[in-house]
Design a protein around this ligand. Structure first.
Ligand code: XMP
Ligand code: MG
Length: 180
């Protein structure tokens, strides 16, 4: 079954029930690892908004939630490697454990940029949790990347927060681009 998003066709890659089950596992793992701490969960908008919501609902520890907004795709289907920094975290992270929540790690450029920027603020730690990882696309390895929901092929995907031309964010699953 094909689904049209703007001018492209997509097909289901990961259904929502698998996302939901995996997010529960990740939330449990994070809760165990950060037991007794009060981390700052920092979502990277826009793509991570549903993932952050489902993650936070399943965490068993107290957290503070904040967001930053970065962009690198600008309506295309591949990274421009140019990062537009739209807005910053609103919480002072000095001495705090930060868990960065990302929708997808592709080349690694976005996280590299953000981690460099946050390190200067002297947090206690920075750990990355991403729903999706494209291992074949990585250009800069991210040593802070600890929690990965799913590894996927190097293909353009939408749904569950991710968009193509700002469309498709509400699809309840991850969909991959098909060649018509
Ligand atoms: P980099 O290359 O910096 O990319 O690791 C990370 C950011 O790029 C976006 N991205 C995608 N967005 N479908 C999308 O809708 C994709 O397949 C895709 N790959 C990367 C995303 O915003 C991510 O934060
Ligand atoms: Mg993103």
């Amino acid at each position: 079954m094909k689904t049209a998003v703007a001018d492209l066709n997509f097909e289901l890659l990961i259904p929502y029930d698998r996302l939901e089950a995996r997010i529960k596992e990740l939330a449990h793992e994070i809760s165990t690892d950060f037991k007794g701490r009060n981390p700052v969960v920092a979502g990277i908008l826009t793509g991570s908004f549903l993932f952050v919501a489902d993650m936070v609902k399943n965490l068993e520890i107290p957290v503070e939630v904040t967001f930053t907004k970065l962009a690198s795709y600008f309506g295309g289907t591949s990274s421009t490697r140019r990062i537009r920094d739209d807005f910053d975290l609103t919480i002072d992270v000095k001495g705090r454990d930060i868990i960065l929540v990302e929708d997808i790690v592709d080349t690694g450029n976005t996280l590299h940029y953000l981690i460099d920027k946050l390190k200067v603020r002297e947090p206690a730690s920075i750990t990355v949790c991403t729903l999706l990882l494209k291992p074949e696309a990585i250009e800069i390895s991210i040593e802070e990347l600890k929690y990965v929901g799913f590894q996927i092929p190097n293909e353009f995907v939408v749904g569950y927060g991710l968009d193509y031309k700002e469309q498709g964010r509400g699809l309840m699953g991850i969909y991959r681009k098909v060649n018509n």
